[in-house]
Design a protein around this ligand. Sequence first.
Ligand code: M6R
Length: 607
Amino acid sequence: MCGIMGYVGPQQAGPILIDGLRRLEYRGYDSSGIAVGNGTIRVQKAEGKIKNLEALLAEDPPTGSIGIGHTRWATHGAPTDANAHPHADPSGEFVVVHNGIIENFQDIKDELAALGAEFASETDSELLAHLVAREYDGDLAEAVRKTVALSQGAYAMVVMSTREPDTIIAVRKISPLVIGLGDGETFLASDIPAILHHTRDFLVIEDDELVIVTADGATIETISGEPVDREPIHIDWDAAQSEKGGYEHFMLKEINEQPDVITETLRGRLNADGTVGLEGLEFDDDYIAGLDRVWITACGTAYNAGLIGQEIFRRVLRLPANVEYAHELRDADPIIGPKELLIAISQSGETADTLAAARIAPDHGARMLAITNVVGSTLSRYADDILYTRAGPEISVASTKAYMAMLIAQYLLALRIGAARGTVDEAHARAVALGLHQLPRAVREVLSRESEVLAAAERIVDADDVYFIGRGLDYAIALEGSLKLKELSYLHSEAMPAGELKHGTLALITDGVPVIVLLTQRHVYNKTISAVQEVKARGGEILAVAYDTDTEIEKYSDTVMRIPDMNDLLAPVAAVVPLQLLAYHVARMRGHDIDQPRNLAKSVTVE
Ligand code: M6R
């Protein structure tokens, strides 16, 4: 995700901007740049790591005490020097950095092009500089306001201009933005850690607010121009904590980011009527209608996400689908034909096993669709079609928010395929769209119930073995819950379909053995309850994940982690959250290294 920096004060802006961008590196980026003002505005930018930008600055240092900077995570256009931010209008007098997506960028671009505009980049962000310049009539804040009114989407934008050389204007529409208040100097950044070593006093900008920043401080207004009175907050975190946004670990931060990740992955792609527009998918409806089968391949958590896709493609779309571990598929000599689509899922896009399996598609004349979080990753370069998950950089080795984004991406893909094949009617698509849009709120609700998870964690922290059971989509979630628990807590855990328990594993269920049961699939509820009774009859302990309205489970369970009632097809999104938190808390209670569990790597680039 992009990072933004800004500075106005008595010092040279260049080194402060670079230092801040370095501290935002953890967000992930593929190019960077700064603009420094000194009567005119000098823009310097470079593809790749910040050291490339630093090399440019070392040769030709900028001078000036006002400036803005940016690290870019490519969305529109490849990671190149030209597409890096800042972007200027053709006169060079109005310069913009931007974090987020302008959804109506094509309409704006067509309109500007019709008036003769020429563009120096492929980005949506450059259009903002053109618009601010066009709308400027002696008041930079007003020009920015008018630009915002013309631009749909969620973003943060920061603008400077030679016309008002002592002022920076910034706007927040969902993407984060904070102002650091110094003594005769003011800082601006995407998050607090970037500038915490300069000041501990911050103004946190809210959605739909505009802020006028000078060396003397900042004035906040609503986007429609109403004054906003906000007290600065004082930050007491230390530097290490602050990088984690105040959370103790990246994993906890990333679990808590999931409502925003859902919003981000849906943004601009899902209409209220259930139709979807997925940039990056090159195939047409005829291709989809002619598909005989979908293969999904991945490893680890991404495989578990693929199981959700498999169930939805089969059960809802009535489309044959097989999910296979990538390391198995690549050597299985699978029978794949040109009328089959291979979907490779990978957070990093660099997992060697998944890359190897993905290469099977072209060998068999099939298309390969990548679902990945990393723009420009190797998997995305191999792919015929790409669906980016937009989870932002995931630092914790244990995957949480990236998994969440993989689920959302697959729901979107299912809506697209279902519409083209006529297997999802309009009413169903509309209901799913509504449900998807309500998910961020539902996940926030689950996150607010952490005390239920802590009670469950206390029960299993000293266990030797933990079992997870569920049916259908619940089984897929059971697998992910089990993987998270073993990965972080080093407890032995196993997940199985609830119906399988009686075929062998029941032998291991004795007094006090914890069994975590998922109960979100109403059509198989009673059957899952039968497995619960088998466990209870042997003295096992039941820890349940169940809907708020499920009173039946209280008869059998020792503790329940509740999720709000929702469409069963979407329930995995909410049901996985208590299990992520459970793994986190058990690992914390056992004193483990949560963000770097033993023997694991974030990106497994060996086969
Ligand atoms: O980057 P990828 O999604 O391809 O990674 C696949 C697995 O290595 C990964 O999901 C792993 O299982 C995680 N550590 C799980 O938390």
